[in-house]
Design a binder for this molecule. Sequence first.
Ligand code: ZN
Length: 160
Amino acid sequence: MPASDNTLQTDEGRCAGMRAALDAARHGVFAGQAPFGAAIFTNQGELVVAEHNQVREMLDPTAHAEVFAIRLACRLTGQRTLPGCWLFATCEPCPMCATAAVFAGLRHVVYGASVEDAREAGFSELQLPSRQIFDRSDDKIAVFPGVLRQECRALFTARP
Ligand SMILES: [Zn+2]
């Protein structure tokens, strides 16, 4: 499929992509995990993985949804990087996850709630917008903020 046919290039397609990350986050909430989800799609618009935060389950402070999704997507595709892929995250990636996205070769980052939204909801996010990391990359990374923001923000108060 040519890249121009990739539905993720449209608002509608990005909303559909975000729903995969939202569903993963909701699964996480039901499993007692922090309410963050992430999904990775190929540059052709095919879903590779959707994961939720697993910090509490794994007792691993680096097990953010985005890092987990990147690790799994690399394993599933047998690649060390994910060139041209899309990352969807229910919340703006933290500095660790944004850096992981750069190292993974992701070229499109779509997120819902902002780090400010998360901080307001009581999560201890660093006050560093992901844009500041992406802008320092040698690679051009397209960022789409605020996709399904209200649904993503609602995760912060979701209960199992
Ligand atoms: Zn993170």
